[in-house]
Ligand binder design. Structure first.
Ligand code: FES
Length: 237
């Protein structure tokens, strides 16, 4: 029996294989579904909900939902776009994101997503939370003001680095990323080359002494919106 599965995304027929998620099949077909907590080298976290689509009329996370024969997926509708835009806006007001001073500016997925959704100023009031910065490590710092709680560092440290350095603590609006040491980042086994450092989508975990290495105009998202690489695949086919 063939393990091919055919379904539609916004009316376009897509073929995937048994066991794939909607996100995987869409990527393969060159259809971009916005995402923030998802990373190609990690297991899906399913936490940010930026990838929300409608499956047969019900909201689901595309990064975790498995494909099935004949399913009807909606991706680019005004309603879904508005949900995603709201999530990104809430992420901006929930932390302290000052793009103009941030080393990750131009390479930041949150910033790039805001540009993609045309967000100039969030519609919600800023919360200006008190968050700490840990610069104790010789090669890496963590700035929790910029953390969006995507959990990529948690999954990367656990599943790829095998170190379990990062984990979530507290709940609700008090949730934050903690480290597996009583004191500081310097007391952990973290290396600047760890996957957990590489996968941070924002400027929360950064290597020291490499900031602003790429000039404005040559940064990752200076010319092409986030998701263009996937959409280019479709344009070629
Ligand atoms: Fe799917 Fe974050 S990318 S929930």
């Amino acid at each position: 029996m063939s393990d091919e599965i055919t379904f539609t995304i916004d009316g376009v027929e897509v073929t995937g294989t048994q066991g794939q998620t909607i996100m995987q099949a869409a990527d393969q077909a060159g259809i971009y579904i916005p995402r923030l907590c998802w990373h190609a080298d990690l297991s899906p976290g399913g936490s940010c909900r930026v990838c929300t689509v409608k499956v047969n009329g019900r909201a689901q996370a595309a990064c975790t939902y498995p494909i099935s024969e004949g399913m009807l997926v909606q991706n680019e509708t005004d309603e879904i776009r508005e949900w995603r835009k709201s999530i990104v806006e809430m992420l901006f007001v929930e932390g302290n994101h000052f793009c103009m001073f941030c080393e990750k500016s131009g390479n930041c997925e949150l910033q790039a997503m805001a540009y993609r959704f045309g967000i100039a100023t969030p519609r919600y009031p800023y919360m200006f939370p008190q968050r700490d910065v840990d610069a104790s490590h010789p090669d890496v710092f963590i700035d929790r003001n910029r953390c969006i709680l995507c959990g990529r560092c948690v999954r990367a440290s656990r599943d790829v680095d095998g170190k379990n350095i990062f984990q979530f603590v507290n709940r609700g609006r008090e949730t934050r990323i903690a480290i597996n040491a009583e004191a500081n980042l310097a007391d952990t086994a973290l290396s600047a080359m760890d996957k957990a450092v590489e996968v941070c989508p924002v400027g929360a975990i950064l290597r020291k002494r490499v900031g602003y290495a790429v000039p404005v105009g040559k940064r990752k998202y200076d010319h092409e919106p986030i998701g263009s690489d996937i959409e280019a695949r479709r344009a070629k086919s």
